[in-house]
Structures are given as structure tokens and as C-alpha cells.
Design a protein around this ligand. Sequence first.
Ligand code: SAH
Length: 349
Amino acid sequence: MIKKDIRALDKEALRAFFVSQGQSAFRGNQVYEWLWQKGAHSFETMTNISKETRAFLETHFVINHIRVDQMQRSNDGTIKNAVRLHDNLVVESVLIPTKTRTTACVSSQVGCSLDCKFCATSRLKRMRNLQPDEIYDQVVAIDQQSRLYFNRPLSNIVFMGMGEPLMNYNNVLKAIDKITDPEGLAMSPKRIIVSTSGVPKMIRKMAEDGVKFKLAVSLHSAIDSVRTSIMPFNETFPLEQLRQALQFWYEKTKSRITYEYVVWKGINDNKAAIDALVEFCKFAPAKVNLIEYNPIEDGMFSQASQAAIEAYVNTLERHNITCTVRRSRGKDIDAACGQLANKKDVKIN
Ligand code: SAH
């Protein structure tokens, strides 16, 4: 018999399971609390459940908990986790500390279905989607590290690790439900950012679903031919479709959109590129994050000059578009944006 992961059952299903076994539905609440609030890795640890019931659960279910196999710490305090899944695949997640915050950068897929030329993760083909609990566990692990190393709980979450979250939408949504649930981690959705390369249909779906988290779009170019050359799926989802979907998002949610944008030498470090970005930012309130390029051993890309970045900043500010220049974190341990690719051969302890 293949045992089912007990965390695939929601609270009602757990309660119903116990009732079907002639036990009280309340057992379901207790087990639920162990699984989602106390982060139990095994049935053994569920001490307020009788020995017989624990043994019974053991014969029917597994808890496919993630395991942090390797933790690397950067000089700037950033921590990168190699996270081993029950089927031995590995994803990465990152803890990013600042003076006042701890941000978790989590993965949504093993590998990635997209093919952005500048991103290390795109070299790994997409192997599978992460389950809601595998996403949730990454967050819990980073929350624990934050308490241990920085004496404070996790404050923010960004879905900017491996994978395209909107290509695993249902599971990402279920994970966020657990993260924000008062019976889970009780975090505010306002402190969660889902970052997408821009899948128009799914952006519309999110807007219709009335999600409360924030949206970031990896734009990198507002000119179709340029964007397609560095993010080939732009051919399938061109900028006009993206723009319309984002406009719909803004009308429904009234939530400002953040654009992530790397400036590369010879690719988008020119006036036409800046003007196109300014134009793209006009249809809805927007903020631009200019991200430093993190080299990924590819001759095609190099960081633009300081002058080119300043030209972006000056023009955006002149048009009253909020913009920040984001320095990279954790570069020395390959934990920065676009560098997550299971480079280190991960050892099992
Ligand atoms: N698939 C999602 C989330 C993962 S990428 C998305 O595309 O948004 C997280 C961010 O890192 C994206 O904005 C991505 O464009 C950026 N990124 C990827 N490779 C990078 C690199 N080498 N240097 C800097 N940023 C990079």
C-alpha cells in the first residue's frame, strides 16, 4: 500500500477520517495542530494522542517533511538552505536579514518551466511542482533560523526562489493560505510577494480570486523583441497581453505592481529601453526595482555601467515613478537572485 501524505488532508478531511474510524472528530483537530502549528515531523512526537492511534496513523500515512541538508552562511548574514524533498530532489531557499526584517525567499518548483537566459535555475529543467506543505516547510525552517540566529520571527516572504510560482498556482495558493491562517503561521498577506515572469492568464486568475498578497513582475525589458531574446516565453505571452492582464489586476485589487528589472550592457542600457519602461509604467501605479545582475557563468550578460543605471533612476524619478536600486545579498554563496541551481553537490547528513 502506498501511504498517503497526511498533510494533503485539510482539517475537515482529517476530522472526517477520525470519525470514519469510530473516533472523535476532535482527534483531527489535535493532529492538525501537530502538523501545522507544531511542525511535527513524525507521529511519534504527537504525545497527546494515544499510542494505538499513533501506530494506526503510521500504518496509513506518512509525513513527507522537508529536510535542510546543508546550510551556508554568507558574509552578509544571508543563509542559503539546500532543502531535500522526500523523493530526494533538492530545492533551495534563502534567509535574507536586514537591520529590521527577515525575509524568506522560497522555491515553488524543482527546476523551472521557463527559459530566461540570464537565470541559473532555467538550466535545470522543471522536474516537478512543489506540494503546498513543501513550500510551507521552507517558510517554517527559515522562521526557526530567524529566531535562532537573529532573535526575531520571520517578517516577509518572497516567492523568488526556484521556479515560476504561477505555473504552480494552486499549490502556491494553498501554501499561502496555511502561512496566513491564524491556525498556521498567521502572517499578513501584505508581507508576501509573489514574483512572476508574467503569465497573463494566471495574473487575471489571481485578480479574480481576490488574493491579498503583493505582485512583482520580472520585466527586464518593455520592448517585445528585446524581452523575447532574453525571456523566450515572451513570444507566447507578449507585452501587450501582459499589460492588459496587469491592468485588470490593478482594477480588481488596487494593489501597486512592482517591476523587477536588471540593466545589462548592450541589451537594455539605452534611451529607447528607458523610454519604453516609462511608458509601460503608466497604465497603473508601479514601482521599479533595479536589481544588480548576478553573474551566472555566461558570456552573454554583464552588468551595465553605473551611468546607465543612473540614467534609469533619473528618468523614472522625473516621471514620478518610484524606483529603488537593490544591492544583491548572499552573492558569495550563490544565494542571490537567479543563482539558485543546486550548484553544490549536496551531501546527506
Ligand atoms: N520565476 C519567477 C520567480 C523567480 S526569479 C520570476 O521570474 O519572477 C526571481 C527574480 O530574480 C526575478 O526577478 C528574476 O528575473 C531575477 N533574476 C534571475 N536571474 C537573475 C540574475 N542572474 N541576476 C539578477 N536577477 C536575476
